[in-house]
Design a protein around this ligand. Structure first.
Ligand code: ATP
Ligand code: LTN
Length: 322
């Protein structure tokens, strides 16, 4: 049972890719921490009221998944050690390596009005992880590079100042590590995509989910087969159905092979609707009682602080801060 840390930004409503690529693989093991990374979401323009709402609903989702029992759920900005360690790691990380991060390259580079936070973002993420001495970081494929940077930073720190940090490993699901957009299967499904039909939200009703899947872009031809290169749209739907039903991609493809896209999409829609309904109902129940959410977040904060405080004290001493 490895100790894990992972985080999710409250930048919008949670989409199916977040669930399949990340949340579904977060295990409620003792010593594991799951965090709503609200400070990260300040790296791009935000609306304060929306931030508050998204933070509560994202926290409600993590609690509905049972991650507050056994493991701990908390808000990043509630534990000040994250921001303090981030400054120290800002002085360990290098301009060159941060400039090579693909997320920064696609969202920030060349934009003179992009925030400095968008550039230093991976070092705040490294601080999140390294404060909790965890072995594993369960994330989607797109975050692998940031976890690898975290490993480099931890190793560089340890070789300069002594063995302070545990060097973590990324944990990425073999199937579903990169769920693609329903409108363009060559791009990843993303919370911040302005097209509502590109993504399934965990808060979508059964009808909306089914409609989005029925209108998902598929490929030419009519045979249902798993071939991410030639048939990216169909393969994406097969991966979605496989992760949520537990049936292999091959078995699903064999079942729907000659039945046409319509019958296949109806089958996928049913799987997604059935998988998301119980979770959505739990989240709705929790959101009706915001005080209960805040109470549970307070328990998470206290547990996180108990780990983060002594860790930061060790870092401060190692680097020579009095
Ligand atoms: P945005 O695209 O708006 O920046 P996001 O949807 O990528 O946001 P994050 O909060 O950045 O969401 O990611 C939370 C977790 O979900 C990360 O571990 C990330 O790798 C994973 N994730 C996000 N999108 C996908 C996807 N399409 N497929 C698989 N995993 C994903
Ligand atoms: N950068 C991640 C979110 C994130 C995270 C973390 C993930 C912030 N801190 C620590 C894992 C561990 C993202 O954009 N998805």
């Amino acid at each position: 049972m490895a100790k894990a840390f992972s985080g999710i930004q409250p930048t919008g409503q949670i989409q199916l890719g977040n669930y399949i690529g990340a949340l579904r693989n977060w295990r409620p093991d003792p010593g594991s921490f799951y965090c709503v990374v609200d400070l990260h979401s300040l790296s791009q323009p935000w609306d304060p009221k929306e931030l508050q709402e998204n933070t509560r609903s994202t926290a409600a989702l993590l609690l509905a998944l049972g991650l507050g029992q056994g493991s701990h759920v908390f808000l990043q900005s509630h534990v000040q050690e994250h921001a303090e360690l981030a400054w120290i790691l800002n002085c360990i990380g290098r301009m060159g390596e941060l400039g090579r991060m693909t997320q920064f390259k696609s969202k920030g580079r060349g934009h003179q009005d992009a925030s400095v936070g968008l550039f230093t973002y991976p070092l705040l993420m490294a601080s999140d992880i390294l404060l909790y001495r965890v072995e594993e970081v369960p994330v989607g494929e797109d975050q692998k590079q940031h976890v690898e940077l975290t490993r480099d930073i931890a190793e560089r720190f340890n070789s300069r100042f002594g063995p302070v940090f545990t060097v973590p490993e990324p944990r990425i699901a073999e199937v579903g590590g990169r769920v693609m957009s329903l409108r363009n299967p060559l791009e990843k499904m993303s919370k911040s995509d302005p097209d509502p039909n590109s993504k399934i939200l965990l808060s979508d009703s059964d009808e909306v989910i089914a409609k989005k899947i029925m209108t998902a872009v598929t490929d030419s031809g009519r045979e249902v087969a798993y071939d991410p290169k030639e048939k990216p749209g169909v393969s994406n739907l097969l991966e979605i159905a496989s992760t949520l039903s537990g049936e292999s991609v091959e078995a699903l493809a064999a079942r729907y092979r000659d039945g046409g896209y319509g019958a296949f999409k109806r089958g996928v829609a049913e799987v997604v609707v059935e998988a998301l309904r119980p979770l959505r109902e739990k989240v709705e129940a929790l959101l009706a009682d915001p005080e209960e959410i805040d109470r549970q977040l307070e328990i998470g904060r206290a547990a996180a602080e108990r780990e983060a405080r002594p860790m930061l004290a060790e870092v401060r001493e190692a680097v020579g801060l009095l």
